[in-house]
Design a protein. Structure first.
Ligand SMILES: [Zn+2]
Length: 417
């Protein structure tokens, strides 16, 4: 990937989100704003940050690509730390059924739900999935996303799970957005294993996981721990095995009912636990204590008309909260950062500053990359978003509208609106 030399100067607000690990509780409100700020990027890496006058005394502008950010706000590139963006087929019909009030079971009986995406993904060629993935990454980039996490889990068989991960590996090499890969073979029990969950778990652990680990196809191992899918006991068994392969852990926890996923995340010291709509107060406090990032996905709750996760309560109890889109073909086919930002600030009572931390530094921490992305700090990747307005406060104020003007990845201008 190309790496650039760049100076961004005269920014009315340079929001650094400074830090190299997750911010917990009250700390999330501290985003560190430099007025009339400038950033220097050399060979793709941030070399200096400060006041424009001070910076321009030290560096020769003629040696860099220069962007004048006068009357613009500059932020770190956004990190979308939970998505399922590699899939075949769409479920628009199913969405319309849900809008008219059909029940989950009725939709399932008509062939809807995850099975639909599994069929579409199994039938898609690697090239088709690559092209779809690229198109979706291009859309994310326009919203200012410079790092994304993507999961397998629409294969639920050996070939397709591997295919999804390999497609993301190839996209990571070709596309400006960095991709963190997660193996989610335990997303559901496929039809051919119906009533034989134990056998499917053995298949995942004995046949697929060793290949994923050996070929380094994924950084993370994830389980959909939910009533009627995988129990806490089944999930624990899988996570312990994945740990033996040195994989990092994250979990889909307490989305539909309170099952104890948050507690399990704390017990096993996972990097993040995600969804958490029905997480218990104890689980939330355990996670804060053990340093597990709480990744909240408000656009999914919105699309499903579910109550939002208790973001305010979590922050007040010392959690590190991250926000992600959960971009997926079923419960929320959206990668809209502005929609997510609006829901987090208006409905989840997160402050604007906390929501920014949740989309940058804490998003990076949720995929264990807070030492390389998520803030504008010396030594990190030159991943930058420039807004068309002078203040970060326009993010929720210009509600639901994409106000990203420029996106810079590794010091290279990759999107210019
Ligand atoms: Zn998910």
């Amino acid at each position: 990937m190309k790496k650039g030399n760049m100076i961004i100067k005269n920014s009315s607000e340079l929001v650094t989100c400074s830090g190299n690990k997750a911010k917990f509780g009250k700390e999330m409100g501290n985003i560190n704003v430099i007025s009339n700020g400038a950033v220097v990027i050399e060979d793709g890496i941030i070399k200096d940050v400060g006041n424009t006058e001070d910076i321009l005394k030290k560096y020769d502008e003629t040696k860099y690509e220069v962007i004048d950010a006068k009357d613009k706000c500059v932020l770190p590139g956004f990190v979308d730390s939970h998505t399922h963006f590699i899939f075949g087929g769409y479920r628009a019909e199913e969405f319309s059924w849900r809008l008219r009030g059909d029940s989950y079971m009725e939709i399932m009986n008509r062939g809807g739900g995850i099975v639909n995406s599994v069929t579409g993904t199994r039938n898609a060629t690697k090239e088709e999935l690559f092209d779809l993935g690229k198109k979706r990454l291009n859309s994310m980039l326009k919203f200012g996303v410079t790092t994304v996490e993507g999961k397998s889990g629409y294969g639920l068989d050996y070939e397709t799970e591997i295919k999804q991960l390999e497609v993301m590996k190839e996209l990571d090499e070709e596309h400006p957005i960095d991709i963190c890969r997660t193996f989610l073979g335990a997303h559901a029990v496929p039809n051919e294993y119906k009533g034989r969950t134990d056998e499917y778990i053995d298949f995942i652990l004995e046949k697929v996981l060793p290949k994923v680990a050996e070929d380094k196809l994924a950084d993370f191992f994830d389980v959909f721990c939910e009533k009627g899918v995988f129990s806490v006991e089944e999930s624990r068994k899988m996570f312990l095995k994945a740990k033996e392969y040195n994989m990092k852990l994250k979990i889909h926890a307490d989305e539909i009912v309170e099952l104890g996923g948050a507690e399990l995340a704390a017990e096993l010291g996972m990097v993040s636990a995600d969804h958490l709509l029905h997480a218990s107060d104890k689980g939330i406090k355990d996670m804060a204590e053990k340093g597990v990032v709480s990744t909240l996905l408000p656009t999914t709750a919105f699309c499903l008309k579910e109550p939002f996760a208790k973001g305010r309560f979590m922050i007040d109890n010392g959690c590190a909260v991250a926000l992600a889109t959960d971009f997926n073909p079923g419960s929320g086919f959206t990668n809209s950062i502005p929609l997510m930002f609006a829901l987090a600030t208006i409905y989840m009572n997160m402050s604007i500053e906390e929501a920014i931390t949740a989309m940058t530094l804490n998003g990076a921490a949720a995929i264990d990359r807070a030492d390389e992305v998520g803030s504008i700090d010396i030594g990190k990747k030159g991943d930058i978003v420039i807004l068309e307005y002078p203040s970060y406060k326009f993010l929720p104020y210009h509600t639901g509208v994409n106000i990203v003007e420029k996106v810079i990845k590794n010091g290279v201008l990759v999107h210019n609106n």
